[in-house]
Design a protein around this ligand. Structure first.
Ligand code: UD1
Length: 357
């Protein structure tokens, strides 16, 4: 049985790692298509090497662009691959433009689509990912949900057929990589000249935070007020915006290149706090037991907020400082992200995909 998996952006490579491993272990034939949405060495290839993901069978080299141009080019190029490969099903992951293009290209060719991380909603259609999620879920035949809430959100939209609660593949990967993360931590902290609990980690790349000069200046000003060393592995989008708007952060904000998976997880696991606008990091901090402060006014991962482990501060510097000073909450007693076997459940279930359209 043959499946085409479409990926293109950094978080998808991370999620692909455990899925691909499980598919191959289950004896399924997987063709990996990389759209080329992310192309810098440290945003793409490095993850394939580090996480032992098979080299993509196709790299479409689409690169950056406006939403329409980028998604349109992907659609045409993925269609060609699907025509050639004629798989039994297509697998798409998450909510990027690569996800949307993969799902649309496949379903138009009557190839059934399976969506990993289905049913996520932020209820804000100004966010590009929200449109990608809505469309992808509505054309998918198998919908693999990370949490109970996602299942409910799909039900609210009338989607019940093909919905499976499997847990979150990022939890699978974290469990698989824990020994390597622990092993790497002492050398990483020594290299960076920091001690456990002695710094804050920041990541930020959402257009709503990076593309408006006043908003970006306000957030950077807020980070400057934290009385701590702030380590900021910076996404290229944010780096471009800082340069374009002439914003220079204060001295205790240390900007570094984007990190690989293990270094990033090791750095976060020993941080006092993590400040982010990434969806993935909101989950990972919860799973690592590090308090998270989210630079957004809403989140798809409400579970992390409900247990007090994640605080939404939007772009307000006062709220950021107050959240950063809040005492560490008690450890959550349950984990809404499953049992760490989501990839296995997906691989087992995929056999039913060809009959699902
Ligand atoms: C994309 C996803 C987002 C995901 C994020 C993870 C969409 C709509 N957005 O956002 O959901 O959270 O990836 O990182 O699909 N750039 C480079 N080198 C690269 C990649 C990007 O310099 O390897 C720069 C380019 O200037 C590009 C910009 O970053 O225009 C944005 O890249 P793009 O892929 O459009 O969106 P992301 O912000 O990365």
């Amino acid at each position: 049985m043959k499946f085409v998996t479409v990926v293109g952006a950094r978080p998808q490579f991370i999620k692909l790692a455990p899925i691909s491993r499980a598919l191959r272990a289950a004896g399924l034939d997987e063709i990996i298509v990389h759209t080329g949405q992310h192309y810098d060495e440290n945003m793409s290839h490095a993850f394939f090497v580090e996480l032992d993901i098979p080299k993509p069978d196709y790299n479409l080299e689409i690169g950056s662009g406006t939403h329409g141009a980028q998604t349109g080019k992907m659609l045409a190029a993925i269609e060609e691959v699907l025509e050639r490969e004629r798989p039994d099903g297509a697998l798409v992951i998450g909510d990027t433009n690569s996800t949307l293009a993969g799902a649309l290209a496949a379903v138009k060719l009557h190839i059934p689509v399976a969506h990993v991380e289905a049913g996520l909603r932020g209820f804000d259609r100004s966010i590009p990912e929200e449109i990608n999620r809505l469309v992808t879920d509505h054309v998918s035949s198998r919908l693999y949900c990370s949490t109970e809430r996602s299942v409910q959100w799909l039900r609210d939209e009338g989607i019940t057929r093909g919905v499976e609660l499997v847990g979150d593949v990022m939890y699978d990967l974290l469990l698989q990589m824990r020994p390597r993360i622990a092993e790497r931590t002492p050398a990483l902290l020594a290299d960076m000249g920091v001690e456990r609990g002695g710094y804050t980690v920041v990541t930020m790349h959402r257009p709503s935070n990076t593309d408006d000069p006043d908003t970006l200046r306000r957030i950077i000003g807020g980070l400057d007020r934290l009385g701590d060393l702030v380590i900021f592995p910076m996404h290229p989008r944010t780096r471009h915006s800082l340069a374009r708007f002439g914003i220079t952060p204060g001295d205790h904000l240390r900007i570094i290149e984007p990190l690989g998976y293990i270094d990033m997880l090791a750095l976060m696991a020993s941080a006092a706090r993590v400040v982010t606008d990434s969806g993935g990091l909101q989950k990972e901090t919860f799973l690592l037991g590090v308090p998270c402060i989210t630079l957004r006014d809403r989140t798809e991962w409400l579970e992390t907020v409900e247990v007090g482990w994640n605080t939404l501060v939007a772009t307000d510097p006062d709220a950021l400082l107050a959240a950063w000073r809040k005492p560490t909450p008690p450890m959550p007693t349950s984990n809404p992200f499953g049992k760490g076997n989501a990839s296995q459940l997906i691989a087992d279930d995929l056999r039913s995909l060809p009959d699902a359209l």
